[in-house]
Design a protein around this ligand. Structure first.
Ligand code: FAD
Length: 451
C-alpha cells in the first residue's frame, strides 16, 4: 500500500478496470471496488453451462480489439448467438433484418423478407423509402423518438422502433438523447444528408462479438494484469474528503489517499463526493437509470420456433417483457447434455421480486411463445442496471466533467455517456490520457516551483 497514490479509481466494472489497466505502468494506482470486480459483467455457470446474466455481446471497435488482443483473448472471440431477433406483434413473429435496430436499412433479401412478412404497413414502408428524398435537417440533439419519427415516420417508431430501441436500452425513447444513442444518424441529419445514401457509401453499422467461455474472462484477465502492478482494495467507498490537494477515501476507516480521484461508478451510486454535490445533482437530471431483471431458462431440447424467437423483442407495454434472446450451446462445457438456454429481459420501474419476475416471464412464455416449462430458471435482478441519458446530456456532462477535472476529479463510466462495454472501454482509455496529462503537468509545475 502506498501512503499517497497518484490515482484512486472508485469502481471496478469494465470502465474502472480499463482505466487502471491503462495507468498502472506509469503511476501508482489504487482501485477500490465495493461489490464484485466486473460490475455488470457477470458470467454464471448454470448446469455446467456458461451463461451471461449481464452483457452478452460487445461492439467491435479498434480500442476493444486492441485490448482483447493485449489480454491474450483474441482467439476467444466468437460470433454472438443473439444478433438476429424478431419483434412480436399481435402474437405473430416478425423477423428484424440486420442493421435496423441501429436505425439503418441495409438493402438485403432479409429486409425484403420482413417487408413481405408485413413488419411495416404500406404507409410506413412508403415513408421509409422516401427517406433519401426528404429535405430534413436537425440542428441539435433531440430525443431518439423525435429523430426517427422525422426520418422514417411515426409508424416506424410506434410499430417497431419503440420496442427494439426501448427494449435494448430499457429506456423511454421520448426522453433519450439521440446524440448519445445514435450519434452517427444525428450527424448525418445535422448535415442534411440521407441515412440510406450514407449507408451505401460508408457502410454504416457495427459488428458484435462474444467471448468464448464468457465475458468474465475479460474481467479476470484485467484483474490479473492490474494486480501485478497496482493495488486493488475490496471496500465500498462511503466518504471522500479533500485535504492538502489530495483525496481521502473512507468507509468508517480510511481506505486510501490519492492525488487524483477517478469516479468510475454510476452517478446514482456516488453521492459522497463532498463539495461536489451540486454538480452531481445537476448530472442526475441528465442521467437516469432503469431496472432490469434477467431470467435464464434451461430446456432439455431446443424450443420450437427457436429461430423466430432468437432475440425476440416484444412490446413492453403489452407483455411487460422487453427482450428475449435465445442462447445456444456454443459455450457449454459439454454439449452432450443437450440443454438449451433462453434469456429474457424484464424492465421494471420500482420494486420487483423473483416470484413476480418468473410469473411475468411464465405468462409470456406460455401464452405468446408456447414453449414448454423449463428444467431450471435463474433470476438476476439488476437494480439501476442501465444508465439512460436525457436530451442535452452530452454538452452538460462534458462541462461538469471539465469542471471536476480542474480539481483532480475525473468522471468516467456511466458519467460520461457509456452505454455499453465498448463505450466504457473507449471512454476509459480517453480518460486515461486526460489523467496522464494532468499528472504529468502537475509534476512539471512542481519541478518548476522547486527550481
Ligand atoms: C442485463 C444487462 C445487459 C447488458 N447487455 C449489454 C450488452 O450486450 N453489450 C454491452 O456492450 N453492454 C451491455 N450492458 C451494459 C454494460 O454491462 C455496461 O455498460 C457496462 O458493463 C458498464 O460498466 P461500468 O464499469 O461503466 O459500470 P459498472 O459495471 O456498473 O461498474 C461500476 C462498479 O462500481 C462499483 N461501485 C459502485 N459504487 C461504489 C462505491 N461507492 N465504492 C466502491 N465501488 C463501487 C460497483 O460495485 C461496480 O462494480 C448490459 C447491462 C445489463 C445490466
Amino acid at each position: 500500500m502506498h501512503d499517497v497514490y497518484d490515482v484512486i479509481i472508485i469502481g471496478g466494472g469494465v470502465s474502472g478496470l480499463t482505466l487502471a489497466y491503462a495507468l498502472k505502468d506509469d503511476f501508482d494506482v489504487c482501485l477500490v471496488e465495493g461489490n464484485g470486480i466486473g460490475g455488470k459483467i457477470l458470467t454464471a455457470n448454470i448446469y455446467g453451462r456458461n451463461v451471461e446474466l449481464g452483457p452478452e455481446e460487445i461492439i467491435r471497435t479498434k480500442q476493444v480489439e486492441e485490448l482483447v488482443k493485449d489480454l491474450g483473448l483474441a482467439d476467444r472471440i466468437v460470433e454472438p448467438r443473439t444478433t438476429s431477433f424478431s419483434v412480436i406483434r399481435d402474437g405473430k413473429f416478425f423477423f428484424v433484418p440486420p442493421g435496423v435496430a441501429g436505425g439503418v436499412f441495409r438493402p438485403s433479401l432479409q429486409l425484403l423478407r420482413s417487408v413481405l412478412d408485413g413488419l411495416f404497413d404500406l404507409s410506413t414502408l412508403i415513408s421509409i423509402l422516401r427517406e433519401p428524398f426528404k429535405d430534413l435537417t436537425v440542428s441539435q440533439d433531440v430525443s431518439v423518438k423525435e429523430l426517427f419519427a422525422a426520418i422514417y415516420g411515426e409508424g416506424f417508431v410506434k410499430d417497431f422502433f419503440e420496442a427494439v430501441a426501448g427494449g435494448i436500452y430499457a429506456g423511454d425513447l421520448s426522453e433519450m438523447s439521440s446524440e448519445v444513442y445514435f450519434p452517427y444518424i444525428l450527424q448525418i441529419k445535422k448535415n442534411g444528408g440521407s441515412v440510406l445514401r450514407n449507408l451505401l457509401k460508408k457502410k454504416l453499422g457495427f459488428e458484435l462479438f462474444s467471448v468464448y467461455g464468457g465475458i468474465n474472462l475479460l474481467v479476470s484477465r484485467l484483474r490479473e494484469r492490474i494486480s501485478a502492478r497496482a493495488d486493488i482494495v475490496y471496500a465500498y467507498a462511503r466518504n471522500v474528503e479533500a485535504e492538502h490537494e489530495s483525496y481521502i477515501i473512507s468507509n468508517g476507516g480510511r481506505i486510501c489517499r490519492g492525488r487524483t480521484l477517478a469516479l468510475m461508478v454510476p452517478p446514482y451510486q456516488a453521492p459522497f463526493v463532498q463539495g461536489y454535490h451540486d454538480e452531481l445533482m445537476r448530472a442526475r437530471n441528465y442521467i437516469k437509470s432503469s431496472n432490469v431483471a434477467v431470467v435464464v431458462e434451461m430446456y432439455p431440447e431446443m424450443p420450437p420456433h427457436y429461430r423466430e424467437i432468437s432475440g425476440a423483442l416484444t412490446f413492453p407495454q403489452v407483455y411487460g417483457v422487453s427482450g428475449l434472446t435465445y442462447y445456444d450451446t456454443k459455450w457449454s462445457i459439454s454439449s452432450s447434455d443437450g440443454l438449451y438456454t433462453v434469456k429474457y429481459f424484464v424492465p421494471f420501474s420500482s420494486s420487483l421480486d423473483e416470484d413476480a419476475v418468473l410469473k411475468r416471464v411464465g405468462m409470456f412464455r406460455d401464452k405468446v411463445l408456447g414453449i414448454r416449462r423449463p428444467l431450471h430458471s435463474v433470476v438476476k435482478i439488476w437494480m439501476e442496471a442501465m444508465p439512460s441519458y436525457a436530451v442535452g446530456s452530452r454538452m452538460a456532462l462534458d462541462e461538469i466533467g471539465k469542471n471536476a477535472m480542474r480539481r483532480g476529479i475525473f468522471l468516467g463510466g456511466p458519467w460520461m455517456l457509456s452505454t455499453g462495454i465498448a463505450s466504457s472501454i473507449g471512454n476509459a482509455i480517453k480518460l486515461s490520457s486526460s489523467i496522464k496529462r494532468y499528472l504529468n503537468k502537475s509534476s512539471a509545475d512542481q519541478d518548476a516551483g522547486r527550481i
